[in-house]
Design a binder for this molecule. Structure first.
Ligand SMILES: *Cc1c(COP(=O)(O)O)cnc(C)c1O
Length: 364
């Protein structure tokens, strides 16, 4: 920290992303990336199209991709979204940042679950929002009662939640949206394609609802940095106000092209999601057979541990796995001390994980 950093930022704790180590080749089960490559159309788009156009700025309004996204949701959810209901940015983290800036900065009251995506806390601190949290019960289920209260500027729910993977049924999500029409309700659906219910079908009824999605997980494009939000024309305009006051070209030409290519072959990604869900259920069963508690997951990861990891402890198991070339995510917070978040890889990768875990736990 330099002596020049302004006082207001000196206490800020930045988000710690999962490791992306470069020292050797790991089986990477730590950042919820897809184990499957982007589809053939994506590879074709990169080869054939946009490289030659890189001398030109991208379309700052991103009309083509917004149109394609609106069409996809109109088809899947019977909606009538237009381009002005769609927002695009450089990853959905960017959108969360804008949402805090637009709706909850400088003392705005914001609510999110006590255990959830770590970035919410970071943005709350960065934007000096007044943050409150909804508790989780011993089974890591969110107590939704605080979410039904009035008086918040912004309520944020990751559905499925991270890192638990537990999804909230649509009826409960709808009840939260309806509980306070004066609060922006942001549903972070980063993992919704792995078996949870989307709230997108509610968009035509709730102008306070903002749905945040990403191409990073189920669309195999974490490296492209492409996220989007869906909401009322007014909410989207508020996000755009922040975006065009910071970086109007936040989505680059390559990313727009690959996003379009993903939308052109939805079956490829649906099939990958089906494979990942099948691998997830097999892995959950294998982990339970090793004595671990495994939370029911609607995501492309499992949250596993509990007493079954108490000896030698979550941290020791995380380290031993890393030593053996398998990377998982360890959070180390008091309540999560004996829990690991394990991304779902290919069946072969998961077999290695189970084999090494068996050995580490002395159950081989
Ligand atoms: C991965 C993730 C994001 C961020 O996605 P990007 O589009 O890669 O920035 C947002 N929310 C949750 C809950 C996530 O797990």
């Amino acid at each position: 920290m330099s002596k020049f950093l302004r006082a207001g930022l000196r206490g800020l704790t930045a988000y710690t992303p999962g490791e992306q180590p470069q020292d050797k080749k790991y089986i990477k089960l730590n950042t919820n990336e897809s184990p499957y490559p982007p589809g053939p159309q994506v590879l074709a788009a990169i080869r054939e199209g946009e490289l030659a156009e890189l001398r030109l700025y991208p379309d700052p309004r991103m009309q083509r991709l917004k149109k394609a996204l609106a069409a996809a949701f109109n088809r899947d959810f019977g909606l009538a979204l237009g381009v002005e209901n769609v927002f695009l940015s450089n990853g959905s983290d960017d959108i969360l940042n804008f949402a805090f800036a637009a709706f909850a900065a400088e003392g705005g009251r914001v609510l999110y679950p006590e255990i959830s995506y770590g970035f919410y806390e970071v943005y709350a601190e960065y934007h000096k929002a007044a943050a409150a949290t909804a508790p989780l019960d011993p089974d890591f289920r969110i107590d939704t009662a605080p979410f039904l209260e009035k008086g918040y500027a912004l309520k944020i729910l990751a559905n499925p939640n991270a890192p638990t993977g537990i999804a909230l049924p649509l009826a409960e999500v709808e009840a939260i949206a309806a509980s306070d029409l004066d609060a922006v309700f942001l549903v972070d659906e980063a993992y919704v394609d792995f078996g949870a219910e989307s709230a997108a079908g509610l968009l035509d009824r709730f102008e306070n609802l903002l749905i945040c999605r990403t191409f990073s997980k189920s669309s195999s494009l974490a490296g492209a940095r492409l996220g989007y939000a869906l909401g009322s024309v007014e909410l989207i305009a508020d996000l755009a106000l922040i975006q065009y006051s910071t970086n109007p070209y936040s989505v680059n030409r390559m990313s727009e092209a690959v996003g379009l290519a993903v939308l052109a072959e939805p079956e490829y990604y649906k099939e990958n999601a089906r494979r990942i869900m099948a691998t997830r259920e097999q892995t959950a069963q294998d982990l339970r057979e090793l004595g671990l508690r495994v939370l029911p997951s609607g995501a492309n990861f499992l949250f596993a541990g509990g007493d079954g990891l108490a000896d030698p402890g979550g941290k020791a198991v995380y380290e031993a796995l890393k030593e053996r070339g398998v990377l998982v995510r360890y959070f180390g917070k008091p309540r999560l001390a004996n829990w690991l978040r394990i991304s779902i890889g290919t069946p072969e990768e998961m077999a290695v994980l189970i084999r090494e875990l068996k050995d580490i736990l002395g159950k081989a």
